[in-house]
Design a binder for this molecule. Structure first.
Ligand code: VGL
Ligand code: ZN
Length: 242
């Protein structure tokens, strides 16, 4: 049974009578451990870098808490892809690059509205390194994004110009992957954009909520979940994964 189908099946049990629920022998409040990633699934670990963790340049509240959750999830996956936000000095997404602009304001770029950030994740800096406790020895690919000075890239698949591909979809498809499980930082930016592009590119997409943390800028978290839900991204917890 595909992962997705088994999840739906368990949900139906859950929604059925209490008796059926008990007969099924499912003790937890949720259908724990019912999604079993197979060879066609990949875990995508988005931007678990020092910059997004306390002490970094753009810290995401609670960011470090995703590390043990992701380390544990890794054992369930044959395919693991890691991403790194990887900006040039003076990158267009930095407020400091735009005269008179402060972090968390926006500006208009040729490709649309750009949120301006503190300088963060500069190529080769300690700030841009993966968190030291992230243990993913079986990860097959590290994909870097946002490395062109004039274009940001929240998504691991397509840059913010909505045209330039990172190559990730080709990599996954060539390896027979049709389902992605997205984790990491931040839920409402790079995780959400990656999951949304995964759907656009024809993948089944899950976001493992407790393996992410959000920036939540002016309601961005609720907006991101709404968009993801409308696009068919499935919102699950780490305990749902077998
Ligand atoms: C991110 C803001 C700026 C992210 C990256 O990883 O979500 N957010 N650059
Ligand atoms: Zn960035």
């Amino acid at each position: 049974m595909p992962a997705d189908a088994s999840f739906e099946f368990s949900r139906r049990i859950f929604l059925g009578s209490t008796a059926a629920w008990l007969v099924a022998g499912v003790g937890a409040a949720r259908a724990a451990g019912t999604i079993k990633p197979g060879p066609k699934s990949a875990l995508i670990v988005v931007d678990v870098q020092n910059c997004f963790i306390d002490g970094g340049t753009l810290p995401v509240k609670g960011g470090a808490a995703v590390v043990p959750v992701i380390n544990k999830l890794a054992a369930s996956f044959d395919n693991i892809v890691v991403t790194q936000d990887w900006h040039t000095p003076g990158h267009a997404s930095f407020a400091s690059t735009h005269a008179g602009k402060k972090p968390f304001e926006t500006t208009s770029m040729p490709y649309g509205t750009q949120v301006l950030w503190p300088d963060h994740c500069v190529q080769g800096s300690d700030d841009a390194a993966l968190h030291k406790d992230l243990k993913l020895p079986t990860a097959g690919l590290i994909i870097r994004k946002g490395f062109r000075k004039d274009v940001d890239s929240y998504s691991a698949f397509v840059e913010a110009d909505n045209k330039t591909k990172t190559g990730l979809a080709g990599y996954l498809k060539e390896r027979g992957v049709d389902t992605v499980f997205v984790t990491g930082l931040a839920t409402d930016f790079c995780v959400a954009w990656t999951a949304l592009d995964a759907r656009k590119l024809g993948f089944t997409a899950y976001v493992i909520e407790d393996a992410t943390r959000a920036i939540d800028l002016n309601g961005s978290l609720a907006a991101a979940w709404k968009k993801m839900s409308e696009a068919g991204v499935k919102r699950i917890q780490a305990s749902d994964v077998a």
